[in-house]
Ligand binder design. Sequence first.
Ligand SMILES: Cc1ncc(COP(=O)(O)O)c(C=O)c1O
Length: 429
Amino acid sequence: MTQVASARRDVFGDDVLSPNVLDHVSLSKIVEIRDVLIEKQSRGEKVFRLESGTPAYNLFPAVAEAIVKAVRDNKTFYTEGTGIRPLREAIAAKLQRKNGITHDCNATTVFAGQGGMGTLYCVITALCGSDDTIICPSPVWESVSNIAKLSGANVVTLDLKEELGFNWDIEELAATVEQTKPRLVIIVNPGNPTGGVFPKADTERLFELVREHKLFVLEDLAYEDITYDDDFVNLTEHAHATNDPELYRQFIPVYTMSKSQNYSGLRIGYTHLPQPQLSERFRKALLYTTNGINSLAQWGAVEALDPKHDDEIGRMRDGYRERRDALYAGLENAGVFRLPGKPKGAFYLFPHINRDLLQERLGSSQTLPSTDSDPTLGEWMSKFILQEGIGSIAGTFFGPSAGEHIRFAYTCSVDDCRAVAARLTELFG
Ligand SMILES: Cc1ncc(COP(=O)(O)O)c(C=O)c1O
């Protein structure tokens, strides 16, 4: 809890309100760590911002121009509830051209939302209620599991296996589906915090489960463009390629422009919902949460989704690859991390801390927390390196099975990635 919040609680007490679903989700840990780093920065200290997934790049210049033009043209009034027509056309064209969404994809079946988060919220609320079960991976970007909880559904978490590149054991998923009969399975592909991508080898088995149990699969594709394997193909695209409506209609992709188009502050996400009952519910969820989305961001998005920017996206991907490799080499040198190989996507490293080696390197000067303790080993390390001005997030905040992991976001400069790598080697190597 923040100091301000606890001070207010002293004044107002904790029993003013009756229990609410919001009491069962937490605020993001990133904010707390970010505050410490900003405070250090304001005192003139050098800090390394590896705690959050803010993109490393700026808005494409032509997009900034389009937004300025929209201001000058007074495009600042209410827009169509589901996004301006040019945006919906641009989204549909992009989904067909780049994402292989070949069926039922047009300006009436795609919907824009308030960033990835807002779009996920509206999609999950439209799909599930208190009679439903949702299977969610763990560890995972905590917001997605929190949104699942807010829908009122029963959320079952299923651990990803580090030894499988942070993927599910597909037969374990099959058994969990059999047992819990979920309405929805959420797959974050590539994963945050893990960088894992869904294995091609498991795709057919997943499709069998979808057909047999009439499951919906929500594929969170926030990092669709930050993949380091040329042959990455997402699940929704595979499903459309089968031409089987019983299958592809069950796949709901959710995109954000935050990472691919450096749009994190402008807040545009989008999805493909050809099923009328679902799309009508989505429209209601959007209406009664944000009443549509920012008009200027929409006009910029029309420009940003144009294929002429694909090269810029490719250059960003190369830049992230360079950062990944620099930081990965540094973590290897530091010698206290167990690294499962370079991640195939997103912009995070999620190493497992080797407790014995770490204790050996630190000697008797530091006592590490014991296994399963509070704080966890990841929390201990995150706090330890925060004193050095290095931001990170302990694995615990992504799921209870990741207490000995720590997440580094490599969205700072390449030089900062190298400097962090050198500092970690000094501290632990
Ligand atoms: C996996 C994943 N999905 C969705 C989002 C949401 O993105 P937005 O910033 O557009 O809300 C994020 C943001 O970090 C993310 O990591």
